[in-house]
Design a protein around this ligand. Structure first.
Ligand code: GSH
Length: 104
């Protein structure tokens, strides 16, 4: 699939991808990313491949300024930033480590 055909990350404001409902024990993953971000695409592809439900926000569109402020206020300067519920996982590389750990 070419980059232009990919559903994420594009001009997506908020697109829930939820094959299964999240539970309290396993809260929803959230990716804060933006268009043209290679690591954001990789994070989306990884969660999609693993069939893990997630919300995706493009934090560089004006409508999502509160989300951008939320990330910036934590001193975070790169995207993606991934959370599970309120727990900060980190960027793509931290997500890979987190999921590898969860698998083992
Ligand atoms: N180690 C980070 C690298 C993330 C990264 O370099 N992201 C780029 C965009 S793909 C970035 O945020 N660059 C700075 C910026 O866009 O302001 C990760 O694994 O997520």
């Amino acid at each position: 699939m070419g980059r232009e055909d990919r559903p994420y990350p594009g001009n997506v404001l908020h697109m829930p991808y939820s094959p299964e409902p999240s539970t309290q024990a396993n809260p929803m993953l959230t990716i804060y990313g933006s268009k043209g971000c290679t690591f954001c695409v990789k994070a989306v592809e990884l969660l999609t491949e693993k069939e893990l439900p997630f919300d995706y926000y493009d934090i560089k569109v004006p409508e999502q300024k509160d989300k951008l402020d939320f990330i910036k206020n934590q001193g975070l300067r790169t995207i993606p930033q991934v959370y599970q519920g309120d727990t900060h996982i980190g960027g793509y590389q931290e997500l890979v480590r987190y999921l590898n750990h969860a698998d083992s």
